[in-house]
Design a protein around this ligand. Structure first.
Ligand code: HEC
Length: 145
């Protein structure tokens, strides 16, 4: 009799404590703001043109994302290529215009480019693109964005 009474005396409070911790963890995820209030409204509709090209703050954020999500692991720390193709030259397998590059990043491409739709918002894709554009080393006459 005695051992089981001892066991219950700590098991129950422990279970209660765990469920409290668990529910706090869940509720902490609730009040996530949908989008930053200052974001340009154009970015929400996936425009064909990147609203963030040449925007210094967006480029800085895009750089952070480029490293956070390991784009550099396949495309090189300067975007010059590695296992994945260079992102800073004039050659584009799937088109270099904004709409094509957006599509490439959002939905991926068959020969090893993962889709990012689940990890990056549209706005984040445009920002990472703004960073990639800032790295461009090709002929300025061949810029198609
Ligand atoms: C696991 C490796 C890998 C990662 C991580 C990766 N890529 Fe790629 N990426 C590739 C490969 C491989 C291709 C070429 C796919 C093909 O030819 O079908 C590619 C293609 C691309 C292209 C199109 C290039 C062209 O010539 O049309 C862009 C743009 C691009 N990636 C951007 C990114 C960005 C931005 C990230 C991070 C969010 C990223 N990639 C992360 C491997 C990767």
């Amino acid at each position: 009799m005695r051992p089981s009474a001892v066991a219950v005396s700590w098991v129950v409070p422990l279970a209660v404590a765990l469920s409290v911790v668990g529910s706090r963890g869940a509720s902490a995820q609730q009040p996530t703001p949908a989008a930053p209030a200052a974001a340009p409204s154009a970015a929400k509709e996936s425009p064909a043109k990147n609203p963030f090209t040449s925007d210094a703050a967006a480029i800085a954020e895009g750089k952070r994302l480029f490293f956070k999500w390991n784009c550099y692991g396949c495309h090189g720390t300067q975007g010059g290529g590695g296992m994945g193709p260079s992102l800073i030259d004039t050659e584009w397998r799937y088109g270099g215009d904004d709409a094509s590059v957006f599509e490439t990043i959002k939905h991926g491409r068959p020969n090893g480019m993962p889709p990012w739709a689940d990890k990056l918002t549209d706005e984040e894709i445009w920002k990472v693109m703004a960073y990639v554009r800032s790295l461009y080393k090709g002929d300025p006459a061949k810029i198609v964005w």
